[in-house]
Design a protein around this ligand. Structure first.
Ligand code: C2E
Ligand code: MG
Ligand code: MG
Length: 765
């Protein structure tokens, strides 16, 4: 290459630079890359331009080019570095040796291009300018080494291929320069791209590529020596040895590369597994988050439902007023504060009258609406500090707070009464609600909240009995109530403990003076309280329902006893026993079968049994009474209407009632002597009975005067202390065996006139 060639190259470079700076790389993204590409282009252009294109040199270049293409496939991939020893460098050096530097530049660029394309074919990715960069780098490196060689030669160094030693030095210089330039350019490019330091890139990646140049130079040198000095056999042996070395190395490198590849694969797999684990952990964390959210929602819901449950536990479903449990808690608190504090509090017990009728006649839906209206009115009437509660059914209660006196409490109760009794309309029905209110103050005898409520309830019952709106609790009523409760409990066991006994009171035929039978009267000897009057305990038995089993017991006792007594004498064969039947039992379906069972068991004739039903009971549900009495009558038993005159008999029903005897109440007999009016009543009743073709019996006859009047009025039978008090079984039995004359005697009355007539009363009147 001479000076003109350099001048040509220089001017070409100048033009290209001008062109590029004006257009392509006006705003280069990577100036270094662009500069390298431009420089490479200039080097290649210069080489092409300066090369001596004779036929021989073209022929050599084609051979070398072909060799380069082939050698690419013989490349050894250096483990880890990623670079390849292609041996194509050997042909570049060969080009230096045979054709000169220009052709070496062309071949180096060509070799780089072939190498890149081969790698691309194998799947290696190249960015846009990487292939031009590689081609340019190869061109620059070869140009650099060539120029250095030319320069050094000009400077007086003899670096030629004239002798083996010089050839070695020349190749060494070329190889070193090429390596230095190539590795520096590539390292700068790589360092820029990856952001790492130049030197570490050079050391880690490109230092090993020196092998390429060294191997290429060495190979060329060896071939050169063989060509110059060796015979054919030596050359063949040398080629053979090289081939074996090459194949061994190639295999070794492949093995190493495979192992590295496998390690990389394993690493990749590990990384993938780690990635999957991270992903799984992230998914798990997400699931946990969702779960936590759900948990949070559930616990919020639970908290809400707890609040709802607490509300439901202490409030009435229908009216949303506090319920009994709430009221009990409140009263409990007040009681614990002591009477002194609770003196300013009053409890009102409210009971709606006729609510059952509303439910029965208008239906439960309207019934519910009525309760809601009552609750609403209560809420509106109460002050903020008061508490209203629904105790259940049609019962409500109010705790009045901070009320100065009982009178104030009563005024308030009247206000509530007035408000709640105002008529209202529901679904077109006008409702006239009525109620009774009981007021109870706190006192020291109340221990439990239920005691206070009970006292208010007692007061309410009092209001109901007296048919007034508001009543105040009375302590005496409480002791009665408490006794009532006690007796009710004791009565449950009285029969089993043998505390009951029967007394019998004779029924006398007033016409003949004969014993016609007995009224069976129950007696209760309480172990602690002593004798308790039936007038006291029978109503309790009726309330509790105990009257039914007790009456069955009486029926069995009395029918068996009478069957026994009828056998004492032929005079007693027709005597009967009269058993009192309560209204509760009359309403009970089992009455007829109970009576039949007692008769069957005792063997007593049905006609020897009389059942007494009070007038009030009989008229309570007259139609039903008629039905039951008819059934009883069909058994053959007799029926007596007891305490007649105390109830309100409808004459039409009386007419239809299937009874045998009317029993005139004692209250009409007592004053019969002094008060004409009572005599008139007696007369009317007796006449009525006769009219109805029934028999009449007067009870409570205590004096002969009463007896005389009753006989005069035509009364059939009599019962009373005048004849005998009710007697216990044993005493009655003694009298029966003695065949006692039940008629009173004048001496007993204080008179002593001789008996001169046949009349059974001859000695009496
Ligand atoms: P009652 O059925 O009208 O019975 C008559 C009551 O008058 C009896 O009172 C009797 O002892 C009383 N008595 C009879 N003669 C005289 C008299 O001359 N003067 C006075 N002052 N009283 C006389 P007792 O035995 O106290 O019974 C009261 C009520 O208790 C009975 O009235 C009856 O309604 C009820 N009773 C009594 N025993 C039974 C029973 O076994 N079952 C049912 N269900 N009620 C009964
Ligand atoms: Mg009676
Ligand atoms: Mg009676």
């Amino acid at each position: 290459m001479n000076l003109t060639t350099f001048q040509k190259v220089e001017s070409l470079l100048q033009r290209l630079q001008n062109f590029l700076s004006a257009s392509v790389i006006a705003k280069p993204k990577n100036p270094f890359l662009v500069c390298v590409v431009v420089a490479g282009f200039l080097c290649l252009s210069g080489a092409l331009f300066a090369a001596n294109w004779s036929v021989r040199s073209i022929g050599y270049l084609v051979i070398l080019g072909f060799a380069v293409v082939l050698s690419v496939n013989l490349a050894l991939e250096i483990p880890r570095s990623g670079s390849r020893v292609t041996f194509a460098d050997a042909f570049v050096f060969a080009a230096f040796l045979v054709l000169g530097g220009e052709f070496a530049i062309i071949l180096a660029s060509f070799e780089a291009l072939v190498g890149c394309l081969d790698l691309k074919r194998r799947g290696v990715y190249f960015s846009k300018l990487t292939i031009p960069f590689n081609v340019s780098s190869a061109g620059i490196a070869t140009t650099g080494s060539f120029l250095l060689l030319v320069g050094l030669n000009r400077a007086g160094f003899d670096l030629t291929f004239s002798s083996p030693e010089k050839t070695l030095s020349t190749f060494a210089l070329l190889a070193f320069t090429q390596f230095a330039l190539l590795s520096v350019l590539a390292s700068v490019f790589q360092a820029q791209k990856t952001g790492t330091r130049f030197f570490s890139v050079w050391k880690q990646v490109y230092l090993s590529t020196s092998v390429t140049q060294i191997a290429g130079a060495t190979l060329t040198a060896i071939v050169y020596y063989l060509y110059q000095f060796a015979d054919v056999v030596t050359s063949v042996i040398a080629v053979f040895v090289f081939a074996i070395i090459y194949i061994n190395y190639r295999q070794m490198f492949r093995d190493i590369n495979d192992s590295i590849h496998q390690v990389e694969l394993a690493e990749q797999e590990k990384a993938e597994i780690a990635n999957q684990q991270i992903q799984a952990a992230q998914e798990h964390a997400q699931e946990l988050e969702v779960l936590l959210e759900k948990e949070e929602k559930i616990s919020t819901d639970l908290r809400q439902s707890k609040v709802d449950l607490e509300h439901a536990a202490f409030h009435d479903n229908l009216t949303d007023l506090p319920n009994r449990a709430y009221l009990i808690e409140r009263l409990d608190l007040l009681l614990r504060l002591g009477v002194k504090v609770s003196q300013n509090y009053y409890v009102l017990f409210l009971d709606l009258s006729r609510f059952k009728n509303i439910n029965d006649s208008l239906g439960h839906t309207i019934g519910d609406e009525v309760l809601k209206v009552v609750a609403l009115r209560l809420r509106r009437t109460l002050r903020d500090e008061d508490t209203a509660a629904r105790l259940g059914g049609d019962e409500f209660a109010i705790v009045l707070n901070d009320i100065a006196s009982l009178d104030d409490a009563r005024d308030f109760a009247n206000k509530v009464y007035k408000k709640l009794t105002q008529p209202f309309t529901i679904q077109g029905h006008t409702i006239f609600s009525d109620l009774h209110i009981g007021i109870a103050p706190f006192d020291s005898e109340q221990i439990k909240p239920e005691d206070v409520l009970r006292d208010a309830d007692i007061a309410m019952q009092n209001a109901k009995e007296n048919n007034i709106g508001v009543a105040v609790f009375d302590k005496d009523v409480r002791s009665e109530y408490l006794e009532h409760i006690r007796l009710e409990g004791d009565l449950r066991y009285a029969c089993d403990r043998g505390e009951f006994s029967m007394h019998y009171q004779p029924l006398i035929c007033l016409r003949t003076g004969d014993l016609m039978g007995f009224e069976a009267l129950l007696r209760w000897q309480h172990p602690e309280l002593g004798f308790i009057s039936p007038a006291r305990f029978i109503p309790i038995c009726e309330d509790s329902g105990a009257i039914v089993p007790i009456t069955n017991w009486i029926l069995h006792q009395t029918t068996a006893k009478l069957a026994e007594w009828q056998k004492i004498s032929s005079d007693y064969r027709k005597i009967l026993v009269s058993v009192n039947i309560s209204g509760k039992h009359l309403a009970d379906q089992r009455l007829v079968s109970d009576v039949k069972e007692a008769l069957d068991k005792s063997g007593l004739k049905p006609s020897s049994l009389k059942l007494e039903i009070t007038e009030t009971t009989a008229m309570e549900n007259a139609e039903r009474t008629i039905e039951v009495l008819q059934e009883l009558k069909s058994l053959g038993v007799h029926i007596s209407i007891d305490d007649f005159g105390t109830g309100y008999s409808s004459l039409s029903y009386l007419h239809r009632l299937p009874f045998d005897t009317l029993k005139i109440d004692r209250s009409f007999v007592i004053n019969v002597v002094d008060r004409n009016k009572d005599t008139e009543i007696l007369q009317t009743i007796i006449a009525l009975t006769k009219n109805l073709k029934k028999e009449v019996i007067a009870e409570g006859i205590e004096t002969t005067d009463q007896l005389k009047i009753l006989i005069d009025l035509g009364c059939d039978y009599g019962q009373g202390y005048l004849f005998s008090r009710p007697l216990p079984v044993a005493d009655m039995e003694t009298e029966l065996y003695k065949k006692k004359d039940w008629l009173p005697h004048k001496e007993e009355e204080g008179a002593s006139e001789p008996d001169v007539s046949d009349s059974p009363y001859a000695n009496l009147f």
